[in-house]
Design a protein around this ligand. Sequence first.
Ligand code: ADP
Ligand code: MG
Ligand code: ZN
Length: 509
Amino acid sequence: MTAVRQATRPKSPPSSVLERYEPVIGIEVHCQLRTASKMFCSCSTAYDGAPPNTHTCPVCLGLPGALPTINRRAVEHVLTTGLAIEATFPETTRWERKNYFYPDLPKGYQISQYAIPLAAAGRLTFETSEGAISVGITRAHLEEDTAKLIHSTTADGRRVSLIDFNRSGAPLMEIVTEPEVHSAEAARRYAEELQLMLRAIGVSDADMERGQMRVEANVSLRPRGAKEFGTRVEIKNMNSFRSVERAVGHEIERQAAALDAGEPLVQETRGWDDGRGATYRMRVKETSDDYRYFPEPDLPPLHVEAPGLEELRARLPELPSARRARYTSDLVLSAYDAGVIVSDPAMLTAFEAILAVGPQLPPKEVANLVTGDYGRAAKEIDLRTPAGLVGLSEPGELADLLRRILDGKLSRANAKEVLAEHIAKGSSVASIVDARGFRQISDVSALAATVDEVLAANPAAVADYRAGKPQAIRFLVGQVMKATRGQANAAVVQATLRERLDAADPGHA
Ligand code: ADP
Ligand code: MG
Ligand code: ZN
């Protein structure tokens, strides 16, 4: 029990730390944009699994004299993201060179945006266990990815670093928040919501494990009530949402311990070691001055025009936040159900598909089926791709199952069995119900004899109920359900039992 809890829930810093210090966190996310070709050349971005250095050209290899051209789709993706976060856009933006040396950067500079990002001053709103929070997004800009370094050992034992240029020049969007996140949980939730949103608008696959979304967190502490920010540390190498929460939580504790001991903190970059559950020093942080940004002479400035922007706005799908709001208001789902369904593409597709074939079904019932028995069944067979969850069954079959329950023809207990068999064997709901002879018994007179038998056979439970243990009735309901092979209407059984028990109770007024 404890082990399971620890495995699923990262521990947060002790409350004594949080009483004294306020964590201040700003998050930087890099995500690979979904485009067919790279940022400044026509090399394909479909290099996943391809042999190294097969998706390259003079531009992305940084050969002298090669000239970049701008990928229009990548620009549109950043603008679309900006629209989704309600950002503002410059009329004109430009490209800049961020200069530094590293073997994965053959030109010696990365083409990026510094002074004028494509989108600025947006926000993202999401739920946490402490309620909804809205985090300001400073900027979203476009840049190019670096090559990939592969460290390995040769057959004769030499340690070498190899460079794969397939990723070099892939379009990358950087999204930076204001230092407005104040807990490890909120940092994780921000990243989760951002991923959901990026996928919903179709600009990125944003898979953290595959490096398509890389999250870095800047963490500092300040004494509660203080205005000034403390020294910040940037954490890298977190490759799951869970590690984001663990790493930030750990860093908060580490900094609090240092501050308590009177040790000064240094502005540095630290890596997260998931195995050890700790951060370690990577390098002392460079400042932006070190990069000697200057305008890219090989690319013209970029003009953002209103008509183009409006076209993108018109193509924006319903955002996860809007969908959650619609589900809770129009469909009267609980905030919890809406949150679960909207964040799970498999459940979302199934939910929408069932409602589409059964528009008169109560959404709450559909939600219960999708997040409950059906969702669980899908999880067990490991079919949680969007197509998989629907592919388990025709939406019409699921709608049929629900309709039978709601019309009082099939008990919920029997419906569970029908669903299990339907999923396992693929036969239709109607044929299973027929073959098993399931029909719900809701008629009191038809149930009376069984109820009396159960009461007579279980004097101990009857005595318990009468001695003031109302929960004893659950056992009796179970016995009637068993005797009727699950066909009895449980609500009718319970009412009938209660009537009998209360009426015959000598002490009952
Ligand atoms: P850099 O260019 O070095 O990455 P930025 O000024 O762009 O630095 O800030 C990067 C991130 O750090 C932003 O998300 C910002 O909100 C956050 N940040 C800035 N100062 C602090 C601080 N004192 N504590 C925590 N986060 C901070
Ligand atoms: Mg940065
Ligand atoms: Zn190329």
